[in-house]
Design a protein around this ligand. Structure first.
Ligand SMILES: Nc1ncnc2c1ncn2[C@@H]1O[C@H](COP(=O)(O)OP(=O)(O)O)[C@@H](O)[C@H]1O
Ligand SMILES: [Mg+2]
Length: 297
């Protein structure tokens, strides 16, 4: 599959260090289009970054996080983009999490640009309708000021595209990707589970946390420490990335059977960070675990 002549004309007119945001309803082919766009920009010798703001059907990082990475080879799917960093949202739905999503997208776009991306492509959730969808996408656009918004055109997206145009954004509408198909709720769940297991990498490290030394706080919530005995096994948590301010390392809270609760905590993480974190951010998003394997997400 290739992008159309009309779309490649649009892309050829972008300024240096451009940001392009793709919007559309669920399963209209946004992520497929992003992979095609990445290939097109690479063929123009551009260094491409992808920001994945679809917290439900995440491709680059685990679900519940906004993540970004650089495209290092011609990709068929966004899932082969190596994750660079992530920002905790703490839910697989953007409902009631719009502020976290916008903050995460802004942080990822800023960092990708600082690290030298020529073009930054932003993938989004399919929430485009109603007040929630329009507010979320308008806030996102205002936060990152995309040079071009590509809308995969369906009747339901019309109120959003006209609002974005009124705000002064350049919006180009294209037909949904031919062949894009609706995924069932079961397929969506399965994809979330597979993204988590792929992030944890099969043999995750168990990082021991001393609750006497590490603050355990609710993400964007109360500053009072969380009662560690009340955090369920499988809760998605994050620790600050020691290498990049504002970013987080996704972790999973595990409770060891038979241990005195609260005495010792452990987190599952693919690679242990070189420094002990000072804080663990706790979200309300809980995974089902069997041993170190995620079975529901
Ligand atoms: N040309 C195509 N042929 C077959 N399947 C496709 C094609 N384009 C997309 N799909 C499939 O359709 C589904 C939705 O596409 P996707 O790009 O993930 O949409 P979105 O990101 O908008 O949710 C995915 O399962 C994807 O693999
Ligand atoms: Mg997608």
């Amino acid at each position: 599959m290739k992008i159309s002549a009309a779309l490649s004309r649009e892309l050829s007119n972008l300024p240096k260090q451009a940001t392009v945001m793709v919007i559309g309803e669920v399963d209209t082919g946004k992520s497929t289009l992003l992979a095609l766009l990445a290939r097109w920009f690479r063929s123009q010798s551009q260094h491409v970054a992808i920001v994945d703001a679809d917290v439900g059907q995440a491709d680059i990082g685990p679900p519940g996080f906004v993540s970004y990475g650089f495209v290092e080879h011609d990709i068929e799917s966004l899932q082969s983009v190596r994750r660079q960093d992530s920002y905790l949202v703490g839910s697989t739905s953007p409902y009631n999490r719009g502020l976290n999503v916008v903050a995460g997208v802004q942080a990822c776009v800023r960092d990708a640009r600082c690290q030298g991306s020529d073009v930054t492509l932003v993938d989004t959730t399919g929430l485009v309708k109603g007040i929630s969808g329009i507010q979320l996408k308008c806030a996102k656009a205002e936060a990152i000021k995309p040079d071009l918004i590509i809308a995969l055109n369906t009747p339901g997206i019309e109120p959003l595209t006209s609002c974005l145009k009124q705000l002064g954004f350049r919006v180009s509408r294209f037909l949904p990707i031919p062949g894009a198909r609706i995924r069932t709720a079961q397929e969506r769940k399965h994809l979330r589970v597979s993204r988590w297991n792929s992030y944890l990498g099969g043999n995750p490290h168990k990082m021991e946390i001393d609750p006497a030394e590490v603050k355990v706080l609710r993400w964007w919530g109360e500053s009072r420490p969380v009662d560690t005995e009340q955090v369920p096994n499988g809760t998605v948590v994050a620790i600050p990335d020691p290498n990049r301010p504002g970013f987080h390392i996704p972790c999973v809270w595990t409770v060891t059977e038979g241990e005195e609760a609260g005495s010792r905590l452990s987190l599952l993480v693919p690679e242990p960070p070189e420094v002990q974190p000072g804080v663990v951010w706790v979200s309300g998003y809980k995974l089902g675990l069997e041993g170190n394997t995620v079975v529901s997400a």
